[in-house]
Design a protein around this ligand. Sequence first.
Ligand code: HEC
Ligand code: HEC
Ligand code: HEC
Ligand code: HEC
Length: 189
Amino acid sequence: MIKKLWGVLFFIAIIAVFTGTSGAGEYIGAKKCKACHMKQYKSWSKTTMATSFENLKPGVKAEEKKKAGLDPDKDYTADADCLRCHTTGYGKPGGFTSLAETPKLINVQCEGCHGPGADFRKIMKKDKKFKLADAEAAGLVVPTEANNNCMNCHGSDSPFNDSVDPKYKFEIKERLINTHKHFPLKYDH
Ligand code: HEC
Ligand code: HEC
Ligand code: HEC
Ligand code: HEC
Protein backbone atom coordinates (compact mmCIF):
# COMPACT_ATOMS: atom_id res chain seq x y z
CA MET A 1 0.00 0.00 0.00
CA ILE A 2 2.69 2.44 1.05
CA LYS A 3 4.77 1.44 -1.96
CA LYS A 4 1.84 2.18 -4.25
CA LEU A 5 1.39 5.59 -2.67
CA TRP A 6 5.04 6.46 -3.33
CA GLY A 7 4.55 5.34 -6.92
CA VAL A 8 1.65 7.73 -7.34
CA LEU A 9 3.55 10.58 -5.70
CA PHE A 10 6.52 9.94 -7.98
CA PHE A 11 4.25 10.07 -11.02
CA ILE A 12 2.76 13.39 -9.90
CA ALA A 13 6.25 14.76 -9.29
CA ILE A 14 7.29 13.83 -12.85
CA ILE A 15 4.25 15.57 -14.31
CA ALA A 16 4.93 18.63 -12.15
CA VAL A 17 8.52 18.79 -13.41
CA PHE A 18 7.42 18.57 -17.05
CA THR A 19 4.65 21.13 -16.84
CA GLY A 20 6.94 23.35 -14.78
CA THR A 21 9.74 23.43 -17.34
CA SER A 22 7.81 23.46 -20.60
CA GLY A 23 4.44 24.85 -19.65
CA ALA A 24 2.93 28.15 -20.72
CA GLY A 25 4.29 31.34 -19.29
CA GLU A 26 7.89 30.28 -18.91
CA TYR A 27 10.61 32.89 -18.38
CA ILE A 28 13.59 32.63 -20.74
CA GLY A 29 15.90 35.47 -19.67
CA ALA A 30 17.16 38.67 -21.32
CA LYS A 31 19.95 37.00 -23.35
CA LYS A 32 17.27 35.33 -25.49
CA CYS A 33 15.68 38.71 -26.25
CA LYS A 34 19.06 40.27 -26.95
CA ALA A 35 19.46 38.12 -30.06
CA CYS A 36 16.77 40.19 -31.81
CA HIS A 37 16.57 43.37 -29.69
CA MET A 38 20.17 44.49 -29.27
CA LYS A 39 19.24 48.19 -28.96
CA GLN A 40 16.79 47.65 -26.13
CA TYR A 41 19.12 45.18 -24.46
CA LYS A 42 21.99 47.67 -24.48
CA SER A 43 19.97 50.53 -23.09
CA TRP A 44 18.33 48.34 -20.44
CA SER A 45 21.79 47.05 -19.44
CA LYS A 46 22.70 50.57 -18.36
CA THR A 47 19.79 50.87 -15.93
CA THR A 48 19.99 49.86 -12.27
CA MET A 49 17.39 47.17 -12.96
CA ALA A 50 20.02 45.16 -14.82
CA THR A 51 22.13 44.86 -11.65
CA SER A 52 19.50 45.05 -8.92
CA PHE A 53 20.31 41.60 -7.47
CA GLU A 54 23.75 42.93 -6.47
CA ASN A 55 22.00 45.21 -3.99
CA LEU A 56 20.87 42.22 -1.92
CA LYS A 57 24.46 41.30 -1.05
CA PRO A 58 25.96 42.24 2.32
CA GLY A 59 27.89 45.52 2.37
CA VAL A 60 26.38 46.81 -0.88
CA LYS A 61 24.54 50.17 -0.56
CA ALA A 62 25.08 50.11 3.20
CA GLU A 63 24.04 53.73 3.80
CA GLU A 64 20.86 53.38 1.75
CA LYS A 65 19.94 50.17 3.58
CA LYS A 66 20.46 51.74 7.01
CA LYS A 67 18.27 54.66 6.06
CA ALA A 68 15.53 52.24 4.99
CA GLY A 69 15.76 50.33 8.28
CA LEU A 70 17.53 47.28 6.82
CA ASP A 71 20.64 45.52 8.13
CA PRO A 72 23.57 46.45 5.84
CA ASP A 73 25.59 43.36 6.88
CA LYS A 74 22.87 40.84 6.20
CA ASP A 75 22.84 38.59 3.15
CA TYR A 76 19.43 39.12 1.53
CA THR A 77 20.09 37.07 -1.62
CA ALA A 78 17.79 34.23 -0.51
CA ASP A 79 15.23 36.39 1.29
CA ALA A 80 11.73 36.06 -0.21
CA ASP A 81 10.91 39.56 1.05
CA CYS A 82 13.45 40.98 -1.37
CA LEU A 83 13.47 38.47 -4.23
CA ARG A 84 10.00 39.22 -5.47
CA CYS A 85 11.12 42.68 -6.58
CA HIS A 86 14.81 42.13 -7.39
CA THR A 87 14.47 39.14 -9.73
CA THR A 88 12.39 38.10 -12.74
CA GLY A 89 9.20 36.08 -12.32
CA TYR A 90 9.69 35.20 -8.66
CA GLY A 91 6.79 33.10 -7.37
CA LYS A 92 5.39 32.63 -10.88
CA PRO A 93 5.51 29.43 -12.96
CA GLY A 94 8.86 29.15 -14.72
CA GLY A 95 10.20 32.22 -12.90
CA PHE A 96 13.13 32.81 -10.51
CA THR A 97 13.37 30.34 -7.64
CA SER A 98 16.92 30.61 -6.29
CA LEU A 99 20.36 31.74 -7.34
CA ALA A 100 21.49 28.11 -7.63
CA GLU A 101 18.53 26.92 -9.73
CA THR A 102 17.75 29.94 -11.92
CA PRO A 103 20.85 32.16 -12.11
CA LYS A 104 19.70 33.55 -15.48
CA LEU A 105 16.67 35.15 -13.86
CA ILE A 106 18.35 37.41 -11.31
CA ASN A 107 17.73 41.18 -11.68
CA VAL A 108 14.68 42.92 -13.13
CA GLN A 109 14.86 41.79 -16.74
CA CYS A 110 12.79 42.36 -19.88
CA GLU A 111 10.17 39.84 -18.85
CA GLY A 112 9.58 41.61 -15.53
CA CYS A 113 7.74 44.27 -17.55
CA HIS A 114 6.96 42.49 -20.85
CA GLY A 115 5.65 39.21 -19.45
CA PRO A 116 7.10 35.68 -19.66
CA GLY A 117 8.61 35.23 -23.11
CA ALA A 118 8.67 31.53 -24.03
CA ASP A 119 5.38 31.65 -25.92
CA PHE A 120 5.48 35.10 -27.52
CA ARG A 121 9.09 34.58 -28.58
CA LYS A 122 7.98 31.66 -30.73
CA ILE A 123 5.54 33.98 -32.50
CA MET A 124 8.19 36.70 -33.00
CA LYS A 125 10.60 34.10 -34.33
CA LYS A 126 8.20 32.55 -36.80
CA ASP A 127 7.04 35.74 -38.50
CA LYS A 128 8.67 39.18 -38.28
CA LYS A 129 5.35 40.71 -39.32
CA PHE A 130 3.39 38.95 -36.60
CA LYS A 131 0.24 40.62 -35.33
CA LEU A 132 0.72 42.40 -32.03
CA ALA A 133 -2.57 40.90 -30.84
CA ASP A 134 -1.17 37.39 -31.35
CA ALA A 135 1.92 38.16 -29.29
CA GLU A 136 -0.27 39.71 -26.60
CA ALA A 137 -2.48 36.64 -26.56
CA ALA A 138 0.74 34.67 -25.93
CA GLY A 139 1.56 36.82 -22.91
CA LEU A 140 3.39 39.90 -24.28
CA VAL A 141 2.76 43.12 -22.38
CA VAL A 142 3.74 46.46 -23.88
CA PRO A 143 3.52 48.67 -20.80
CA THR A 144 1.69 51.99 -21.04
CA GLU A 145 0.65 54.58 -18.50
CA ALA A 146 -2.70 52.81 -18.23
CA ASN A 147 -1.59 49.18 -18.45
CA ASN A 148 1.48 48.24 -16.45
CA ASN A 149 2.64 46.36 -13.38
CA CYS A 150 5.14 48.96 -12.18
CA MET A 151 3.48 49.50 -8.82
CA ASN A 152 3.90 45.82 -7.92
CA CYS A 153 7.47 46.80 -7.15
CA HIS A 154 7.54 50.60 -6.94
CA GLY A 155 4.73 50.95 -4.38
CA SER A 156 4.79 51.74 -0.68
CA ASP A 157 5.60 48.12 0.25
CA SER A 158 9.09 48.64 -1.17
CA PRO A 159 11.56 49.50 1.64
CA PHE A 160 12.82 52.19 -0.75
CA ASN A 161 9.70 54.31 -1.19
CA ASP A 162 9.22 58.05 -1.10
CA SER A 163 8.55 58.18 2.64
CA VAL A 164 12.20 57.10 3.13
CA ASP A 165 13.59 59.51 0.54
CA PRO A 166 11.69 61.61 -2.01
CA LYS A 167 14.10 60.43 -4.71
CA TYR A 168 12.28 57.09 -4.75
CA LYS A 169 9.02 58.69 -5.82
CA PHE A 170 7.54 56.90 -8.80
CA GLU A 171 6.35 59.29 -11.48
CA ILE A 172 5.03 57.00 -14.18
CA LYS A 173 5.52 59.38 -17.13
CA GLU A 174 9.13 60.08 -16.33
CA ARG A 175 9.94 56.47 -15.48
CA LEU A 176 8.46 55.10 -18.66
CA ILE A 177 10.74 57.43 -20.57
CA ASN A 178 13.80 56.42 -18.57
CA THR A 179 13.08 52.73 -18.65
CA HIS A 180 15.42 51.59 -21.38
CA LYS A 181 15.46 54.47 -23.81
CA HIS A 182 12.44 53.94 -25.83
CA PHE A 183 11.44 57.54 -26.50
CA PRO A 184 13.26 60.72 -25.42
CA LEU A 185 16.65 59.19 -25.21
CA LYS A 186 18.33 58.79 -21.88
CA TYR A 187 20.66 56.13 -23.21
CA ASP A 188 21.13 56.82 -26.89
CA HIS A 189 20.90 53.99 -29.38
C1 HEC B 1 13.74 35.74 -33.05
C2 HEC B 1 13.73 37.15 -32.78
C3 HEC B 1 13.03 37.69 -31.56
C4 HEC B 1 13.21 37.31 -30.24
C5 HEC B 1 14.08 36.19 -29.70
C6 HEC B 1 12.41 38.22 -29.45
N1 HEC B 1 11.77 39.12 -30.27
FE1 HEC B 1 10.60 40.67 -29.69
N2 HEC B 1 10.23 41.16 -31.63
C7 HEC B 1 10.82 40.56 -32.73
C8 HEC B 1 10.37 41.24 -33.94
C9 HEC B 1 10.82 40.89 -35.36
C10 HEC B 1 9.48 42.27 -33.53
C11 HEC B 1 8.74 43.27 -34.42
C12 HEC B 1 9.63 44.32 -34.94
C13 HEC B 1 10.27 45.11 -33.86
O1 HEC B 1 9.56 45.76 -33.07
O2 HEC B 1 11.53 45.09 -33.77
C14 HEC B 1 9.45 42.20 -32.06
C15 HEC B 1 8.73 43.08 -31.28
C16 HEC B 1 8.79 43.14 -29.88
C17 HEC B 1 8.14 44.14 -29.06
C18 HEC B 1 7.31 45.31 -29.56
C19 HEC B 1 5.89 44.91 -29.82
C20 HEC B 1 5.15 46.08 -30.43
O3 HEC B 1 4.78 45.96 -31.60
O4 HEC B 1 4.95 47.08 -29.75
C21 HEC B 1 8.45 43.84 -27.76
C22 HEC B 1 8.00 44.60 -26.52
C23 HEC B 1 9.30 42.67 -27.77
N3 HEC B 1 9.49 42.26 -29.08
C24 HEC B 1 9.83 42.09 -26.64
C25 HEC B 1 10.60 40.93 -26.63
C26 HEC B 1 11.12 40.30 -25.44
C27 HEC B 1 10.90 40.82 -24.03
C28 HEC B 1 11.81 39.19 -25.83
C29 HEC B 1 12.49 38.17 -24.96
C30 HEC B 1 11.63 37.53 -23.97
C31 HEC B 1 11.74 39.15 -27.29
N4 HEC B 1 11.00 40.21 -27.74
C32 HEC B 1 12.35 38.17 -28.07
C33 HEC B 1 11.70 39.50 -32.70
C34 HEC B 1 12.12 38.82 -31.57
C1 HEC C 1 9.79 43.07 -10.45
C2 HEC C 1 9.86 44.39 -9.87
C3 HEC C 1 9.81 45.60 -10.76
C4 HEC C 1 8.87 45.94 -11.71
C5 HEC C 1 7.65 45.14 -12.12
C6 HEC C 1 9.24 47.24 -12.20
N1 HEC C 1 10.40 47.66 -11.60
FE1 HEC C 1 11.40 49.39 -12.01
N2 HEC C 1 12.86 48.86 -10.67
C7 HEC C 1 12.80 47.75 -9.85
C8 HEC C 1 13.97 47.76 -8.98
C9 HEC C 1 14.29 46.69 -7.92
C10 HEC C 1 14.70 48.91 -9.30
C11 HEC C 1 15.96 49.42 -8.65
C12 HEC C 1 17.13 48.62 -9.00
C13 HEC C 1 18.14 48.76 -7.90
O1 HEC C 1 18.65 49.86 -7.66
O2 HEC C 1 18.37 47.72 -7.26
C14 HEC C 1 13.95 49.59 -10.38
C15 HEC C 1 14.39 50.77 -11.01
C16 HEC C 1 13.70 51.41 -12.02
C17 HEC C 1 14.18 52.58 -12.75
C18 HEC C 1 15.50 53.31 -12.52
C19 HEC C 1 16.51 52.87 -13.55
C20 HEC C 1 17.79 53.68 -13.46
O3 HEC C 1 18.84 53.15 -13.91
O4 HEC C 1 17.78 54.80 -13.00
C21 HEC C 1 13.20 52.90 -13.67
C22 HEC C 1 13.25 54.05 -14.67
C23 HEC C 1 12.12 51.93 -13.51
N3 HEC C 1 12.48 51.05 -12.51
C24 HEC C 1 10.96 51.95 -14.25
C25 HEC C 1 9.97 50.98 -14.17
C26 HEC C 1 8.74 51.01 -14.95
C27 HEC C 1 8.35 52.12 -15.91
C28 HEC C 1 8.05 49.88 -14.63
C29 HEC C 1 6.74 49.41 -15.16
C30 HEC C 1 6.58 49.38 -16.62
C31 HEC C 1 8.86 49.16 -13.67
N4 HEC C 1 10.00 49.86 -13.41
C32 HEC C 1 8.51 47.92 -13.16
C33 HEC C 1 11.84 46.77 -9.83
C34 HEC C 1 10.77 46.71 -10.70
C1 HEC D 1 7.92 45.76 -3.26
C2 HEC D 1 9.17 45.66 -4.00
C3 HEC D 1 10.50 45.67 -3.29
C4 HEC D 1 10.88 44.88 -2.25
C5 HEC D 1 10.02 43.88 -1.47
C6 HEC D 1 12.27 45.18 -2.00
N1 HEC D 1 12.72 46.11 -2.88
FE1 HEC D 1 14.59 46.89 -2.97
N2 HEC D 1 13.96 48.24 -4.35
C7 HEC D 1 12.72 48.24 -4.94
C8 HEC D 1 12.64 49.34 -5.88
C9 HEC D 1 11.44 49.68 -6.74
C10 HEC D 1 13.86 50.03 -5.80
C11 HEC D 1 14.27 51.28 -6.58
C12 HEC D 1 13.66 52.51 -5.99
C13 HEC D 1 13.94 53.71 -6.85
O1 HEC D 1 15.08 53.87 -7.31
O2 HEC D 1 13.00 54.49 -7.04
C14 HEC D 1 14.68 49.30 -4.84
C15 HEC D 1 15.98 49.65 -4.51
C16 HEC D 1 16.78 48.95 -3.63
C17 HEC D 1 18.14 49.30 -3.28
C18 HEC D 1 18.93 50.47 -3.84
C19 HEC D 1 18.60 51.77 -3.15
C20 HEC D 1 19.37 52.93 -3.73
O3 HEC D 1 19.13 54.08 -3.28
O4 HEC D 1 20.22 52.74 -4.60
C21 HEC D 1 18.59 48.35 -2.39
C22 HEC D 1 19.94 48.30 -1.72
C23 HEC D 1 17.49 47.42 -2.17
N3 HEC D 1 16.41 47.81 -2.95
C24 HEC D 1 17.54 46.33 -1.33
C25 HEC D 1 16.43 45.59 -0.95
C26 HEC D 1 16.46 44.57 0.09
C27 HEC D 1 17.69 44.15 0.87
C28 HEC D 1 15.19 44.09 0.19
C29 HEC D 1 14.64 43.04 1.14
C30 HEC D 1 14.80 43.34 2.55
C31 HEC D 1 14.37 44.80 -0.80
N4 HEC D 1 15.17 45.70 -1.47
C32 HEC D 1 13.03 44.58 -1.00
C33 HEC D 1 11.70 47.35 -4.72
C34 HEC D 1 11.67 46.44 -3.67
C1 HEC E 1 10.91 48.57 -16.60
C2 HEC E 1 10.13 47.90 -17.57
C3 HEC E 1 10.79 47.40 -18.83
C4 HEC E 1 11.85 46.55 -18.93
C5 HEC E 1 12.65 45.92 -17.81
C6 HEC E 1 12.06 46.33 -20.34
N1 HEC E 1 11.16 47.06 -21.07
FE1 HEC E 1 10.94 47.06 -23.10
N2 HEC E 1 9.49 48.46 -22.97
C7 HEC E 1 9.01 48.99 -21.79
C8 HEC E 1 8.06 50.04 -22.09
C9 HEC E 1 7.32 50.90 -21.07
C10 HEC E 1 7.96 50.10 -23.51
C11 HEC E 1 7.12 51.03 -24.36
C12 HEC E 1 7.83 52.31 -24.55
C13 HEC E 1 7.41 52.96 -25.79
O1 HEC E 1 6.20 53.12 -26.00
O2 HEC E 1 8.31 53.28 -26.58
C14 HEC E 1 8.86 49.08 -24.03
C15 HEC E 1 9.05 48.83 -25.39
C16 HEC E 1 9.86 47.80 -25.89
C17 HEC E 1 10.01 47.45 -27.30
C18 HEC E 1 9.29 48.14 -28.48
C19 HEC E 1 10.21 49.05 -29.23
C20 HEC E 1 10.72 50.19 -28.40
O3 HEC E 1 11.96 50.27 -28.21
O4 HEC E 1 9.91 51.04 -27.92
C21 HEC E 1 10.87 46.40 -27.37
C22 HEC E 1 11.34 45.68 -28.62
C23 HEC E 1 11.29 46.11 -25.99
N3 HEC E 1 10.67 46.99 -25.14
C24 HEC E 1 12.18 45.10 -25.66
C25 HEC E 1 12.73 44.96 -24.40
C26 HEC E 1 13.83 44.08 -24.09
C27 HEC E 1 14.52 43.17 -25.09
C28 HEC E 1 14.10 44.22 -22.76
C29 HEC E 1 15.20 43.57 -21.94
C30 HEC E 1 16.55 43.65 -22.48
C31 HEC E 1 13.13 45.16 -22.21
N4 HEC E 1 12.35 45.60 -23.24
C32 HEC E 1 13.06 45.53 -20.87
C33 HEC E 1 9.34 48.59 -20.52
C34 HEC E 1 10.36 47.73 -20.18
